[in-house]
Write a protein that binds this ligand. Structure first.
Ligand SMILES: Cc1cc2nc3c(=O)[nH]c(=O)nc-3n(C[C@H](O)[C@H](O)[C@H](O)COP(=O)(O)O)c2cc1C
Length: 355
């Protein structure tokens, strides 16, 4: 098993490496008859695109998507949708030292341990270039579930958190950090600039909310909506933590504090709180589905770190090349895409079992 596919009924497979000629996704199981064109996909790729500010990698990739199959006369046919994005700005010579020694925190050693051979150029398949294919597939998922709105933002960088009292949705797309708090975005300029200039990097927490998820999507036990979302988000490069609703903080609450009290509403319950993050028993309650995703700091840094070579000699590695000083920033559209992919799958599964 090589595990390049995700999903059950709405299933996608990604292919390609950082410095290969192209990468892409094949989306299988998309219902027929849905309007779909490159214009539905490109805006999401533009959000993830590298080189759009000094706070992300300076690799210049236009990330233009082409739909190669599965769409006829502007509508999905129900057959596999193949999406392709060309790589145009590879600079493989930057990776000479990565060929010889392992970057601690990156996948270099683990890939060698598993396969005994690796494409070290730009990290090969372990590079987050692969997440462009996820974002393209996620855009297809969005057209399958137009009733759902998925919105992610950066909640903290380097431990510096936004003030939720200052939350402004319009701010998220107005600064280079996907930050809903204008004052925090200003502080983060110094934090990320500082990390980059000193040859270091910082981590980030991305928060995501899906509204319009109908009560009933999801499943009990072994395919809980919580675990599907966790699996999807934990599969993103550099993600080291995931929470639904209050997550770990719920462990410090009492039962009555953690309850989401219910009152009678129009056509269903009205909840007075959402500690559960919109999921109970693995099934959506109709409340917003809320989650948090923790991204570690970028492991490719200019500061030398102790490591070993492929042949076992002790050395140090300082990683040159173009890297994101904070990978969580460009993680925002990737989180949104993975959430869309899970929810589209759940929509079809729910329809399949419950009509
Ligand atoms: C959008 C995005 C961009 C990334 N850019 C870089 C990068 O420039 N340099 C780097 O070392 N890691 C980067 N990463 C993280 C690596 O891909 C990741 O750490 C590596 O594949 C090892 O996997 P793991 O961290 O999940 O264990 C990025 C991750 C994401 C989500």
């Amino acid at each position: 098993m090589s595990f390049n596919s995700f999903g059950r009924l709405f299933r996608f497979t990604t292919w390609g490496e950082s410095h290969g000629p192209a990468l892409g996704a094949v989306v299988d199981g998309c219902p027929p008859g849905i309007a779909l064109s490159e214009e539905d996909i490109q805006p999401w790729l533009d959000k993830r695109r590298p080189g759009t500010s000094r706070f992300t990698t300076q690799r210049r990739e236009p990330d233009q998507v082409r739909i190669l199959s599965g769409v006829f006369e502007g509508r999905t046919t129900g057959t596999p949708i193949s999406l392709m994005i060309e790589n145009v700005d590879q600079r493989s010579k930057d990776y000479g030292n990565v060929a010889l020694a392992y970057r601690p925190g990156h996948a270099d050693y683990a890939y060698d341990a598993k396969y005994g051979f690796r494409d070290y150029r730009g990290g090969g398949r372990s590079s987050a270039r692969e997440t462009a294919a996820r974002v393209a597939a996620g855009a297809v998922a969005r057209v399958v579930i137009p009733e759902v709105r998925i919105r992610a933002w950066v909640e903290s960088i380097g431990g510096d958190r936004i003030d939720y009292e200052a939350f402004d949705d319009a701010q998220i797309d107005a600064n280079p950090f996907f930050c809903p708090d204008a004052a925090a975005a200003e502080r983060w300029e110094a934090i990320v600039d500082g990390a980059r200039k000193s040859g270091s990097s910082v981590g980030a927490v991305v928060a995501c909310e899906a509204t319009g998820v109908p009560a009933g999507w999801g499943a009990p036990l072994y395919a809980k909506l919580d675990s599907e979302l966790a699996s999807a988000c934990m599969s993103i490069n550099a993600v080291k933590g995931f929470e639904i609703g209050d997550g770990f903080a719920a462990a410090a609450l009492t039962g009555e504090q953690n309850a989401d009290p219910m009152r009678a509403g129009n056509g269903g319950p009205r909840f007075l709180a959402n500690h559960a993050g919109g999921i109970a028993g693995g099934i959506a309650t109709g409340q917003p589905v809320t989650m948090r995703v923790a991204f570690k700091p970028t492991s490719s840094i200019l500061t030398p770190v102790d490591t070993i070579t492929r042949t076992g000699e002790e050395t140090q590695i300082a990683t040159k090349g173009r890297h994101d000083p904070c990978v969580g920033i460009r993680g925002v559209p990737v989180v949104e895409a993975m959430v869309a992919l899970v929810l589209a799958d759940q929509a079809l599964l729910h329809r399949g079992q419950c009509g």
